[in-house]
Design a protein. Structure first.
Length: 127
């Protein structure tokens, strides 16, 4: 299963990706720090059926520790989306190509308003 991370530039997509995968990626306060997509694996922790059988399983994918199964999920972190991308602005539609394979998308949102639609840092909105 592949999960795609989407959102405007400079909103924290690579930060979220790094937290999920522990991969060492460039995180920077300017738009389009990520140009080539980053891919890595995160794990979803679920109860394993091996507890019922009172054995320790050895799964082919991911791993199992103390009856907790860590199911691998591939994550892909791409360049940001800007207005006019369809006309070739920013990274154009290239990021859509990178994301096409994903089974699900996670939309990262900058709730602080500290980044404008082009990914440039601006004064955060007062709440
Ligand atoms: N205040 C704040 N800054 C964040 C948060 N997540 C990321 N950042 C900062 O936002 C900037 C852009 O982060 P990055 O992950 O490179 O964004 P991307 O362009 O969407 O991949 C960096 O300076 C990060 O340190 C957050 O939750 N809170
Ligand atoms: Mg990034």
């Amino acid at each position: 299963m592949q999960l795609g991370i989407v959102g405007k530039p400079n909103c924290g997509k690579s930060t979220f990706f790094k937290a999920l995968t522990l991969a060492d990626v460039l995180i920077a306060n300017y738009p389009f720090a990520t140009i080539k997509p980053n891919t890595g694996f995160g794990h979803v922790k679920v109860d394993c059926a091996d507890a019922f059988f009172k054995v320790q399983c050895t799964p082919r994918f991911g791993f199992c520790i103390n009856h907790k199964r860590f199911v691998p999920v591939e994550v892909i972190d791409v360049a940001g989306l800007v207005p006019g991308a369809y006309e070739g602005k920013g990274m154009g539609n290239q990021f859509l190509d990178d994301l096409r394979q994903a089974d699900a998308l996670v939309h990262v949102i900058d709730c602080s308003g500290g980044t404008n639609e082009k990914g440039e840092p601006v004064t955060p909105r007062k709440l």
